[in-house]
Design a protein. Structure first.
Length: 393
């Protein structure tokens, strides 16, 4: 027994040293990257005109790890470690929505300081937030801070949904949970559809569109508005553009956009993996063989369904790898839906709103809040909200 204890102690000591050297190696690697970035910028200028030194250093570090072969458990744990604490005054209240099979859907209410709870509020304006993470990663914790930006800026409650993830729960798991949360707001909380704004980033942005399309298919009333931040709208990004997508779009634009549908553009100005097989794995884990279904890849939605979508705003980074497929979706939306708006922020990476220090993040947040106030049935003091936007970041 003493020998076993000694061996265990030695193994623990060895593991501790290995962990120390791994961290030392990581710090050394990051130090080299940051030093090289500063020197390169000094002599050659920024990688992209709109990049500050802080943004460039951050993205160069993120890019150095993006081609590591991801193991799902490690990728999830790594993403969770990026969760930033909410530093602004908000009240967080977890809640469980019970599914028909008795399992629960975890959600979290975010109440900015001075905002009444859902039970106390007579004039409700609600954000239903669907997080990103390629349908396989992410949680309430990873997106709590970004969701709070919009809750504080809009002076309203936000419901953050911890929907089921693939591959354990492929399509339609995430969509069913999104619709369950939507029903909870209406049936349990007494909120009108005209008071709900659905916001999502990346996969959550695509899911926000899919939720609205699902409600249309069921002839149900959709939300007051939808906001998509860098939405993942085409899970079969390597596919040829179908004739349906080409119809009504100028041939020159089709050719231009077709070159951008794959992920081999904007790799210099984004942090997403360069290896398209990583995206293929995530896409197939969630969508299986049905990647052209409009409730999985909304870029393939029927024109009539697009025309029935509520007022929709896209916020896109001009330097992100998904920009090409988002532009295809934007052209289709503009063709079929007069209530669609899209803003592209030059040189910005995928879901740049995670980076609260950027002026572009402040501008985009203000744009989202103004869009919400323009479409939700509630009297709003816009000047008051503008002050809250500055305070939220």
């Amino acid at each position: 027994k003493e020998n076993e204890r000694e061996r265990e102690e030695k193994e623990k000591e060895m593991a501790g040293w290995l962990s120390f050297f791994k961290r030392l190696k990581l710090l050394f690697k990051i130090g080299i990257i940051l030093s090289w970035t500063v020197l390169k910028r000094f002599f050659l200028g920024p990688t992209a005109p709109k990049w500050s030194l802080k943004l460039e250093m951050l993205l160069k570090v993120m890019q150095s790890f993006r081609n590591d072969v991801p193991v799902l458990e490690k990728a999830r744990a790594s993403f969770e470690r990026t969760a930033a604490p909410v530093t602004k005054p908000v009240t967080l209240r977890p809640h469980d929505i019970v599914r028909n099979d008795g399992t629960v859907l975890p959600v979290e209410w975010i109440y900015p300081e001075g905002t009444p709870t859902i039970e106390e509020s007579n004039s409700k304006k609600i954000i239903l937030y669907l997080h990103g993470g390629a349908y396989c990663l992410g949680s309430i914790a990873t997106h709590r801070k970004m969701s709070s930006y919009f809750a504080i800026g809009g002076n309203c409650q936000s419901l953050l949904v911890d929907y089921r993830l693939a591959p354990e729960f492929p399509y339609p798991g995430a969509l069913e949970d999104a619709e369950l949360a939507y029903d909870y707001l209406i049936e349990t909380c007494g909120v009108s559809e005209n008071q709900i704004v659905v916001i999502g980033d990346s996969a959550g942005g695509g899911l926000s569109l899919c939720l609205s399309l699902s409600l249309i298919a069921k002839k149900r009333k959709g939300p007051a508005a939808v906001v998509c931040l860098s939405p993942w709208v085409n899970l079969d990004f390597s596919a040829e553009l179908s004739q349906d997508l080409k119809d009504g779009i100028d041939r020159e634009i089709v050719e231009k956009l077709h070159k951008q549908t794959t992920l081999n553009t904007n790799t210099v100005t984004d942090y997403l993996p360069e290896d398209t097989s990583v995206f293929s794995w995530f896409a197939e884990a969630y969508g299986g063989p049905n990647l052209h279904h409009e409730l999985i890849s909304p870029v393939y939605a029927h024109p009539q369904h697009l025309s029935l979508l509520p007022p929709t705003l896209f916020i896109v980074g001009g330097g992100e790898q998904l920009c090409g497929q988002i532009e295809v979706m934007a052209h289709r939306m503009k063709q079929h839906n007069p209530r669609f708006e899209c803003e592209i922020y030059q040189d910005m990476p995928h879901v740049f709103q995670f980076m609260g220090f950027l002026e572009e993040t402040r501008a985009a947040t203000k744009r989202v809040i103004d869009f919400i106030n323009d479409h939700v049935e509630e009297k709003n003091d816009k000047n008051k909200n503008n002050n809250k936007i500055e305070a939220s970041l």
